[in-house]
Design a protein around this ligand. Structure first.
Ligand code: G6P
Length: 372
């Protein structure tokens, strides 16, 4: 009924609109009066966390892309090497894991069998396992040494949206917590990061505010056979997630590429009319990356592509090369995935809607895959 969908036609739309709250609720109650991060649920001894020398994130699907974002943040803030691995690949390659490895298992449901089996394997090898999970009391948090819950609320639509934003938020909290604990970040830095994170729900809401414009563009593209997504740095996993959403919801062939890889192969795919979505990094952040991605837009445009560009407010450099621009608010580079993925979710959702598809229950997919 419309009531359980909060007045929206589909759970997918409701859950996209729930995202500001999912981020806010995941952030709530994580700092003490002095602005120090405290993660009470994290029952792994501080002395153990101080000694870990490697983190391996294991997950499947959208949750794995949250893990890729986590790698950029945790390595920069904590100087601990982070690997990200699909859970179903992990145990079959005899991974190098020991008591000094922290395995972070990310799962919305906590019941994905591939991830459960990877958690068991990691624990057998002596690693500590931390679950980032949205479902209280599910199997993965029960079997893990500790859990950091995301508070996205129940996610009903099969393809993940709000759980993804909550997972990324939890990964930032984990990274900042480890940096605080291990002395890589000091009080002021933690406080200003928490302040920045606190502004993210409003920024996510602002992007959702451009839904109508995104829907118009999506409606016009209902017949496209293929869409390519390009992103660099933290926007690389965002590009992959944008492509995954389009496959899942609209059954359109889509691929996400690291923008720097374009010249090493994918550019051969570009010809007249190919739709390319490009996520542009902030011009205020790592400036050299901004210029490189802008020139990627130019390169694909010159070969006939139609470009849909996700760019920060005020970034005029993209204007000459973009057929369409979706704006996102100014955001520090590492936190940008929280806003940059939202237009891609809306795009996939509305494109699928224009094709008359069931966005809540796409064909062949299950919300939680409980077989290996
Ligand atoms: C299924 C869902 C995906 C989800 C993946 C991981 O394939 O269709 O949307 O990302 O499982 O699920 P989890 O519950 O472990 O996050």
């Amino acid at each position: 009924s419309a009531a359980v969908k909060g007045g929206f036609a589909t759970f997918m739309e409701k859950e996209i609109h729930d995202q500001p709250l999912a981020v806010a609720d995941t952030l709530r109650g994580r700092a003490d009066a002095e602005g120090r991060l405290k993660l009470d649920e994290l029952r792994i001894d501080e002395s153990v966390l101080r000694l870990i020398n490697k983190i391996i994130v294991i997950a499947c699907g959208t949750a794995a892309y949250a893990g890729h974002v986590a790698k950029y943040a945790i390595e920069l803030w904590c100087r601990i090497p982070v690997e990200v691995e699909l859970a179903h690949e992990f145990r079959y390659r005899d991974p190098i894991v020991d008591e000094k490895t922290l395995v972070v298992a990310i799962s919305q449901s906590g019941e994905t069998m591939d991830t459960i089996m990877a958690v068991r394997h990691a624990r057998e090898q002596g690693a500590k396992v931390l679950a980032i999970c949205n479902t209280h009391g599910s199997t993965i948090p029960r079997e893990a040494d500790a859990v950091l819950y995301t508070h996205a609320g129940p996610e009903v639509a099969v393809a993940s949206t709000k759980a993804f934003l909550a997972q990324i938020t939890a990964c930032y909290l984990l990274g900042a917590y480890l940096a605080q604990l291990r002395g890589n970040m000091f009080g002021d830095e933690i406080r200003s990061l928490l302040d920045e994170l606190g502004t993210m729900p409003d920024k996510v809401a602002e992007v959702i505010g451009s839904e109508e414009e995104i829907a118009r563009v999506a409606n016009d593209l209902a017949d496209v056979p293929s869409v390519l997504f390009l992103g660099r740095h933290v926007a690389f996993p965002v590009a992959m997630e944008g492509a995954l959403k389009l496959k899942e919801l609209a059954y359109i062939h889509a691929e996400g590429f690291a923008a720097g890889e374009l010249k090493h192969g994918p550019i051969a795919l570009i010809d007249e009319g190919q739709i390319v979505v490009v996520i542009v990094p902030s011009p205020r952040g790592r400036n050299e990356l901004h210029a490189k991605v802008v020139s990627n837009i130019q390169e694909v445009r010159a070969r006939g592509a139609k470009t849909i560009v996700i760019a920060e407010d005020g970034d005029a450099d993209v204007e000459p090369y973009a057929d369409v621009i979706f704006r996102i608010p100014k955001t520090p580079t590492l936190l940008a995935p929280l806003v940059a993925v939202v237009p891609l979710q809306l795009f996939a959702c509305h494109l699928a809607g224009a094709k008359g598809l069931d966005v809540d229950q796409p064909r062949n997919l299950a919300k939680s895959v409980t077989v290996e």
